[in-house]
Design a protein. Structure first.
Length: 373
């Protein structure tokens, strides 16, 4: 006890009571008039005042009691300035009687139904470029680098830069060879978790990507996109030498060998091929072998692709549909020939007079005019 004055504990209790009274008044001023919950919550906030003389650690942890309406209000004000939000009152903690360590996700003066809905949603840090909001200022700062193009995280091996540090960690596995994600079925390991998820569909048989035209399903999105081109006729990949276009990039690679080296030569006629599979198919011309037979009519073919197209005569399937007029075709070659009616393309040109034709046999017939057989 100080000489000639109140006991120290009583003075601290009086200071705490005054602080709590100020907090209660500020809270009630922010709440709607007649709000019963605000009065009850404010009343609960004054309960620990009776325990002001308790040992350290029960009413508060370490040090003298602080004025609860000072630091917390500044923190609220700072957060409000950063987020551009509306004024918010102090948030009362039912456990300690002071302000909680974090702000509520819903402003105290929000109307009924504000919690769990509306534009606040506990994300007070919005992006000025796209409006997306974040709970933490650090997350908002990381997101803004998408708009600014800033890539502060650089690979020490090759110098490639990334927006997020986690992307650098994943990228560096390409240099280190680390593959932490292993398949429980076959043991095959991967450097990234999403590659493992895709691989596991081989074992589960899951095929989540279905073609909207024919219903055929695929395990990989890229395979479904490639398949779609058989319906649309889109040929994205062109040969730089002759301009011929293909559905798949692998077909371009094989085709380019026609302009260069043909290492696979037929011993019967000397014709050379860029692919060994093409040589095997060609050799059936000399041997007469037709290993692919139709189960319905018994007709045999030298190539599996010929049998596949023939089978559609029996099934009636016409998977290649024209996007212009809706006409459907069994064979892809017929589909492409038909497309030239709409595009006006005439790829077969007479070397004598320069006249062009849509179909190759039209050119053959025309060449007889010039005396060519």
């Amino acid at each position: 006890m100080e000489p000639g004055g109140e006991p120290t504990g009583a003075k601290e209790s009086s200071t705490l009571m005054e602080s709590l009274a100020a907090v209660k008044a500020a809270f009630l001023a922010q709440a709607p008039s007649g709000s019963r919950s605000a009065e009850v919550q404010a009343a609960q906030s004054t309960e620990p005042a009776a325990e002001a003389g308790a040992p350290e650690g029960e009413g508060h942890r370490g040090g003298p009691p602080r004025a609860l309406g000072s630091l917390g209000l500044c923190e609220n004000e700072e957060a409000r300035e950063r987020s551009g939000g509306s004024p918010r009152g102090p948030v009362i903690s039912e456990k300690t009687g002071g302000q909680s360590g974090r702000e509520s996700d819903v402003p105290p003066n929000a109307g009924p139904g504000a919690e769990g809905g509306g534009s606040w949603k506990g994300r007070p840090f919005p992006c000025s470029a796209c409006g997306r909001s974040f709970k933490c200022s650090s997350d908002a700062a990381k997101h803004r680098s998408i708009h600014s193009g800033e890539k502060p995280y650089e690979c020490s091996d090759c110098g490639k830069a990334f927006i997020h540090s986690s992307h650098v960690v994943r990228h560096q596995r390409a240099h280190s060879g680390e593959r932490p994600y292993a398949c429980a079925e076959c043991g095959k390991a991967f450097g990234q978790s999403f590659n493992l998820l895709r691989h596991q569909r081989v074992h589960t048989g899951e095929k989540p990507y279905a073609c909207a035209d024919c219903g055929k399903a695929f395990g990989q999105r890229s395979d479904a996109a490639k398949h779609r081109r058989t319906h649309t006729g889109e040929r994205l990949y062109a040969c730089g030498e002759c301009g011929k276009r293909f559905l798949h990039s692998s077909n371009v690679v094989r085709h380019r060998r026609h302009h260069g080296e043909n290492p696979y030569e037929c011993r019967e006629c000397g014709q050379a091929f860029s692919q060994s599979s093409n040589l095997l198919q060609h050799q059936r011309v000399h041997t007469g072998e037709r290993p692919f037979a139709c189960q319905d009519c018994g007709r045999a073919f030298s190539r599996s692709s010929f049998l596949r197209e023939h089978r559609r005569i029996h099934t009636g399937e016409k998977p290649h549909q024209c996007g212009h007029c809706g006409r459907a075709f069994r064979a892809l070659s017929g589909f492409f020939r038909h497309q030239r009616l709409h595009t006006g393309e005439k790829p077969f040109r007479c070397t004598e007079c320069g006249r062009a034709f849509r179909l190759s046999f039209h050119l053959i017939q025309h060449r007889r005019v010039h005396g060519a057989e």
